[in-house]
Structure formats: structure tokens, C-alpha cells
Design a protein around this ligand. Structure first.
Ligand code: ATP
Length: 238
């Protein structure tokens, strides 16, 4: 569902992404870990068609993103760190608007059912999203993905700044989507959440995928040790 073949992005002489080969199948949740500047956002931006690769291919549902940008967007939902919604519109109105852009004209009952499924509290449905917490806005993002019937979900640090309860709820929602067969790629700094929610975990550094694991095969402690040694972390002795 999500595939990259030797995907490379260079900015002048700087290589942001270096021959990335990645595969995320139906129902899988792949968490990409890596320090600032590792190439996570570049990967997601290439899959979204926001930027063009220098070489290699990004594929969504076997379609090359560069050649089928409009078509691949139909399958996609994207939740960045700060989801852009219309602040003066309510949750229902935002959902109606964004699912409309995706070609879905839904009844109010359907819109409400997606907000319920995304876990938004019912007294917030008619409220302006300008008053929403980050966790609530992320739930509207999940509702948009559900309403769009997205097959692929791309997430860029969606849980950063969420409190542990909201982050846990968000993880559970991702699991729910994965049970529906959605393929998810999530860039994150949160090792704990990655271990909790992922089916697969990759560690990136300097634009390269350095390690890949099946999440169930590695303990949180081993994941942390591997991450730190990949980053050449030296313990500070005081
Ligand atoms: N538009 C650009 N022009 C030049 N260099 C860029 C551009 N966008 C990204 N880069 C560089 O590409 C590299 C990878 O950046 P990227 O944003 O993909 O990292 P990241 O893993 O998402 O980091 P973070 O965790 O901080 O979000 C970095 O060295 C960054 O400076």
C-alpha cells in the first residue's frame, strides 16, 4: 500500500533522503523513528507529492505519486503535528468541508457517526474548533480519515505535545483504523508510543533507514538501546 523504492531527495549537495526502501502493507502501522533532520518529514512529503524525488519512486496503492498525484491523494489522509482546520467552523462543519473536498457528500448523521467513532466528545460536535485542544483536533483529523474512507494514513509527529491520556487514545484510534485495513506511516520521536502502537518500527539517521523491527519482536528497553546506539549517544557522566 505504501512503497518507496530507492527514494532519494537532495537539496543542492545535501542528501535529505538516501535510497529509502520501505513497505507498509494493509493494516500495518509503521513508526519511523529518528533524530531531528533524519529525513522523516521528507519521506512523508514525498509520499504526499508535496515535493518531487531526486531519484527513486514513492508509491501509494501501486501508483507512482509523481505521475498520479491527484489519484493517490484520494486514498490518503494526512495528519501533521498541527492539523489545519477552519477555526471559525465547528467540528461537524470542518468534517463536512474536508470530506466534501475528498468527493464525499455525507448526511449530518454520517458526519456525527464518524466523529463518534473518532472519539470526540458529543458536546464538542457543534463547537468552533478554535476552542479545541490539540487532542480534540487530532480526533477531527481521524474523523476526516474515516469519512474519506482513506486506505493510507500519513502522520507526522501527531502525538507531540499530547498528554499521556490523549496520546494513548490517539494510539487506540490508530489501532482501530489498522483493523479496518488502513496502512499507516507515522513519523515520531515517541519511542514509547511507537512500541505501543506500531506493528513495524524503523530507525532513520542521516536520510537512511538504519534498522527495522517487527514491534512485537523487540522490548521497549532494547528499542531504546538500539535507538541510542544508532544515534551514537554517549552517556553523560556527571
Ligand atoms: N526545503 C529544504 N531545503 C533544504 N534542506 C532541507 C529542506 N527540507 C529539509 N531539508 C533538510 O533535509 C534533512 C531532513 O529533514 P527532515 O525535515 O526530513 O527531518 P526530520 O527527520 O523530519 O526531522 P524532525 O524530527 O526535526 O522533524 C535535514 O537536514 C533538513 O535540514
Amino acid at each position: 500500500m505504501i512503497t518507496t523504492n530507492n527514494l532519494t531527495k537532495k537539496y543542492n549537495d545535501q542528501t535529505a533522503l538516501d535510497q529509502l526502501n520501505l513497505q507498509v502493507g494493509k493494516g500495518e502501522i509503521y513508526c519511523l523513528l529518528g533524530a531531528n533532520g533524519a529525513g522523516k518529514t521528507t519521506t512523508i512529503n514525498l509520499l504526499l507529492g508535496f515535493i518531487e524525488p531526486t531519484s527513486g519512486d514513492a508509491l501509494i496503492n501501486d501508483l507512482n505519486v509523481s505521475e498520479n498525484s491527484k489519484e493517490t491523494k484520494k486514498f490518503l489522509a494526512y495528519i501533521p503535528e498541527n492539523l489545519m482546520l477552519y477555526p471559525s467552523l465547528s467540528a461537524i462543519e470542518n468534517l463536512d468541508y474536508f470530506s466534501g473536498i475528498a468527493g464525499k457528500k455525507l448526511s449530518k448523521e454520517s458526519l456525527i457517526s464518524f466523529l463518534i467513532e473518532a472519539g470526540l466528545q458529543e458536546d464538542a460536535f457543534e463547537k468552533r474548533v478554535s476552542a479545541f485542544s490539540k487532542g480534540m483536533r487530532q480526533k477531527v483529523g481521524i474523523a476526516i480519515a474515516l469519512a474519506k474512507d482513506a486506505k493510507v494514513l500519513l502522520l507526522d509527529e501527531p502525538t507531540s505535545g499530547l498528554d499521556p491520556k490523549a496520546s494513548n487514545e490517539f494510539g487506540q484510534l490508530l489501532r482501530k483504523l489498522s483493523q479496518k485495513g488502513v496502512a499507516t506511516l507515522m513519523a515520531t520521536h515517541d519511542l514509547f508510543r511507537a512500541k505501543e502502537v506500531a506493528t513495524h518500527i524503523g530507525i532513520m539517521k542521516d536520510g537512511q533507514l538504519k534498522d527495522e523491527f517487527i514491534a512485537n519482536d523487540i522490548s521497549l528497553l532494547d528499542l531504546e538501546q538500539t535507538y541510542l546506539s544508532t544515534m551514537n549517544y554517549k552517556e553523560v557522566v556527571l
